[in-house]
Ligand binder design. Sequence first.
Ligand code: GRF
Length: 203
Amino acid sequence: LRTAILISGRGSNMDALIEAARAPDFPAEIALVVSNRPEAVGLAKAKAAGVAVAAVDHKIYAGREEFERSLQIVLETHRIEFLCLAGFMRLLTPWFIGQWRGRMLNIHPALLPAFRGLHTHERALAAGVKIHGCTVHFVVPEMDEGPIVAQAAVAVLDSDTPESLGTRVLEQEHLLYSRALRLVASGAVRAEGNRVLGASASP
Ligand code: GRF
């Protein structure tokens, strides 16, 4: 399954996916990394890892749709069949999401449906939750919604700061994303309505 990873920044989840996909039995191949920020550190890391890279700089386009049409052409040129969003910080239009419906995953640093949006670790601490974590889900037009493929939980400590909690969640993200991609790419799980059914997708 020819898979592209969309990033905007440091790309640590991207690294983890590239690494996992090197396993001979992994059902997806990371064929391309695309960033909307040409200067993204992750883009240089992907290149160094021997993965094809492309930058589609959103700033040079008049609007979201122009940007996405260009992105779509890059993906088609590389014969991409599946997308993983990994720290990709642009909202996508229903048109683009429609092109990739059922073929696009995202990772979110919270246990959805709790704490959609940004600053999830600060908000989890402010809310006093004792369990936090991360979620991999299929992308639908509503932000941070869509059938959940897998989640990993992290215990919140009294001593936690947003940074310390975020570090432990990120470690889990790196494990979770490749596990989730394996399940989806191998066909072990499938989306049915708002749920994902099949082999148990959470640790
Ligand atoms: C991760 O926490 C991811 O869940 C969120 O943005 C962060 C990206 O980090 N969507 P990285 O670029 O993968 O290191």
